[in-house]
Every structure is written in structure tokens, then in C-alpha cells.
Design a protein around this ligand. Structure first.
Ligand SMILES: NC(=O)c1ccc[n+]([C@@H]2O[C@H](COP(=O)([O-])OP(=O)(O)OC[C@H]3O[C@@H](n4cnc5c(N)ncnc54)[C@H](OP(=O)(O)O)[C@@H]3O)[C@@H](O)[C@H]2O)c1
Length: 373
């Protein structure tokens, strides 16, 4: 006869903040960890917390953040504006809770390192909620790159650009709430470039500061330590086009869909006859002539038939947030204080680049002219 084993206690979360992303995260958390996982939600206003709890089936509604941190939970998800992440993270860490902190981990690298040091000293788990990192696709792509599928990596083009109307008080456009295109949007392609191409050795950058006082457009050019060059755009005012491209000597990798929610990828083999490996160099001269151009067009079509791009599928589940939640629960249950896929040190390193870009724009603002109100 077998004896019934005691059930492991459900993993319980507190959620700080009741904005849009907290709602999406809560839906995914419920789907992956069950209703007991949504233990308590806290707001600055009791009514907000009650509404959030009723809408999403959270067990308790706390009238302030301190009350929620006294609850019996394993982890705290911090979904407040970036300027408050440090204060809220230190409160949660001080209460001995694991923390999953919305991106950016902090408004600057120094604050990120203070959070990381506090978590270290308290021996609690700490991670930036860079949700895309935990979706299956980026890991699958990194494995292919490391296996040499692209040959030598030469560069990456990425962007996060969405046209918004500036509204006073909205955190994206508010310097007091650490708004700005680079910190809020550029951080996605920047973090992805750092993940797939490795550490950054050199930065060139331009930023356009709007009448709102935050950077509304930014352009970063990076040299990675492996020599590859990345070009990254972010905007709060203009729409871009979806897709991230990574260029290698053997193939080009096209990541489809917006950088914050990639839907799949395609590996385009390098053209034979170009500088790619083993290409017939004799075609180069022929291409220069008119007949050569026709021929090379026909060849390109033929190559498309013979060697179509290889599709890479690794879809995310739910809204895409459940993977980061699972990562936290797995690490905390195993007694780990970090996930190697997204360490606070790496988050701080990405913020070092953002800090350096902002410092580079500062003296130029007078010369290029901050946009008039
Ligand atoms: N991962 C993603 O897909 C994603 C998407 C969007 C944003 N984000 C990140 O998530 C965080 C929150 O973003 P959000 O768009 O949800 O932001 P938000 O609406 O500006 O703020 C989120 C919540 O923070 C609370 N809050 C506490 N103090 C506040 C203050 N002084 N001013 C304004 N709100 C305050 C509010 O909830 P209460 O009033 O209930 O306390 C508010 O609803 C940011 O770090 C952002 O970068 C992530």
C-alpha cells in the first residue's frame, strides 16, 4: 500500500501595481500556476486593488504595498513605473521575498547594482522581467548561433518603434518617471543584441529629446567584443517595421514579428557567388553587366526554389509572460538566487550602455536643439 504524499504548498505571489502589464502577467501566471498563485495584489488605492483582484481572481487586495509584503508569499512581481523599481525592490527584498522586477530593472545601472547587492546580501532571488528572454525562441536561436549556423556573426539590425501621442503624466513621456524611448523600448533590441552577440565594447549614438524632456527617438551603433556591429533604433513617436536581422558569413537570420513578441524565425542561407563560403567567384564579374544582372536574378529565384529559408518555430505560450514566471518559480524552489539566462549583472551591463548613451546626448542637446514645446 502506498501512502499519500503531502502536497507541495502552492507557490504564492504578491503583485505590486495594477497597470496594464500587471494584468497581462497575472493572466499568464494563473494559467501556469493556478489561482492560488495569485495570492495578493497591492495598489496605492484600495479601490484599484479590489477591482484588479475581482477581475483576475486574486485572493487578497491590499490597500498599500507594505501590507502586501507582509503576506505569506514566495515572490513579488514589481510592475510599477521604472523610477520606483529600486524603492519597491528594496522593500520586497527587505521582507525576504524573491523579486521579479519589470523591465528596466532600474532607471540606471547604479540603481540596478544596488538592487542586485541587496538581493545578494539577503540571499533572495532577483531578476529583471525581460519576458522575451524566457520565451522558447531566443534560446533556440542562441543555440543555433553558437553551433555555427550563421558562420561568423557580422551584425544585427533591430528596433522597437511605435508612434504614440505625447501625453503629460504618462510614464513613457515623463522624465520624473524615468520615461524615454531607449529605456522603455530600445532596451528590448539592446538586451537581445547583448544576449545573442555578446558583450559590447564600443558605442556610438544619437538621441532626439522631445519637448516632453525625454528621448523620443534614439539610434545606437554598437561594436560587440566579437567584432560584430549592431544598429538599434527606438522611438516613442514613429512606427517602425517588425523584424530583427542577424547577419553572418554563412546565413542571415530573420527574427519575425516585433522584438517584444517574436513569432518565429527564418534562416536564409548566404548566396553562393557572394563572399559566402564556397561561392563561385566567377559570377562576381558577370553580375556587373546587364546580362549578368538578369542572370543573377534568375539564379536568385532558382536558389530560392532549391534552398528556401529554413523556418525555425518555437512559439511562446499564453501571452508570453508565463515563461518568466515559470523561471522564477523553478529557481526559487531549487534555492537559486539568479537565473543564468538573465542575471542582474547583465541587466546592469545593458543599463551601463543606456547610461552612456544618455551621457553622450547631454552636451549635444543644445547644439541639435531640444524640440520646442
Ligand atoms: N513586459 C512588458 O511587456 C511591459 C509592458 C509595458 C510596461 N512594462 C514595464 O512595466 C512597468 C509598469 O508599466 P505600466 O505600463 O503598467 O506602467 P504604469 O501604468 O505607468 O504604472 C503601473 C502601476 O504602477 C503603480 N504606481 C505606483 N506608484 C505610481 C506612480 N507614482 N505613478 C504612476 N503609477 C504608480 C500604479 O498602480 P497603483 O495605482 O495600483 O498603485 C500603476 O498602475 C514599467 O517598468 C514598464 O517599463 C513592461
Amino acid at each position: 500500500m502506498t501512502q499519500a504524499q503531502p502536497q507541495a504548498r502552492p507557490f504564492r505571489w504578491a503583485i505590486l501595481g495594477t497597470g496594464g502589464v500587471a494584468r497581462k502577467f497575472a493572466r499568464d501566471l494563473r494559467a501556469v500556476a493556478g489561482p492560488e498563485a495569485l495570492h495578493v495584489v497591492a495598489s496605492r488605492r484600495a479601490e484599484n486593488a479590489r477591482r484588479f483582484a475581482a477581475d483576475l481572481g486574486v485572493g487578497q487586495a491590499a490597500p498599500d504595498y507594505e501590507t502586501a509584503l507582509r503576506a505569506d508569499v514566495e515572490a513579488v512581481y514589481i510592475a510599477t513605473p521604472a523610477a520606483l523599481h529600486e524603492a519597491h525592490a528594496l522593500m520586497a527584498i527587505g521582507a525576504g521575498k524573491a523579486v521579479l522586477i519589470e523591465k528596466p530593472l532600474a532607471p540606471d545601472a547604479a540603481a540596478a547594482r544596488r538592487i542586485a547587492a541587496a538581493a545578494d546580501a539577503a540571499g533572495v532571488f532577483c531578476m529583471e522581467a525581460m519576458w522575451t528572454r524566457f520565451q522558447p525562441l531566443p534560446g533556440a536561436l542562441k543555440a543555433r548561433i553558437e553551433a555555427g549556423a550563421l558562420g561568423e556573426i557580422r551584425g544585427l539590425d533591430g528596433q522597437f518603434m511605435v508612434a504614440n501621442r505625447p501625453e503629460p503624466g504618462v510614464s513613457l513621456f515623463d522624465p520624473a518617471q524615468a520615461g524615454g524611448a531607449l529605456l522603455h523600448r530600445g532596451i528590448y533590441p539592446l538586451s537581445l543584441a547583448r544576449f545573442l552577440l555578446g558583450p559590447v565594447a564600443e558605442l556610438r549614438t544619437l538621441g532626439r529629446i522631445g519637448a516632453t524632456g525625454v528621448d523620443e527617438d534614439s539610434l545606437l551603433i554598437l561594436r560587440h567584443e566579437n567584432g560584430a556591429l549592431s544598429s538599434l533604433r527606438a522611438s516613442l513617436r514613429a512606427n517602425g517595421h517588425p523584424g530583427t536581422w542577424i547577419y553572418g558569413t554563412a546565413a542571415t537570420l530573420e527574427i519575425q514579428g516585433p522584438v517584444w513578441r517574436p513569432t518565429g524565425a527564418r534562416l536564409h542561407p548566404a548566396h553562393p557567388g557572394s563572399a559566402g563560403p564556397g561561392g563561385p567567384r566567377r559570377l562576381e564579374g558577370l553580375r556587373e553587366s546587364g546580362a549578368g544582372l538578369k542572370l543573377s536574378g534568375a539564379l536568385a529565384r532558382l536558389r530560392g526554389l532549391i534552398r528556401p529559408p529554413a523556418a525555425i518555430r518555437a512559439p511562446f505560450a499564453g501571452n508570453g509572460y508565463r515563461h518568466e514566471a515559470e523561471a522564477v518559480m523553478e529557481a526559487v524552489r531549487a534555492g537559486r538566487t539568479q537565473d543564468p539566462r538573465m542575471t542582474p549583472q547583465e541587466s546592469a551591463e545593458v543599463l551601463d550602455i543606456i547610461d552612456a548613451a544618455r551621457a553622450a546626448w547631454a552636451p549635444a542637446q543644445g547644439a541639435t536643439g531640444k524640440d520646442e514645446a
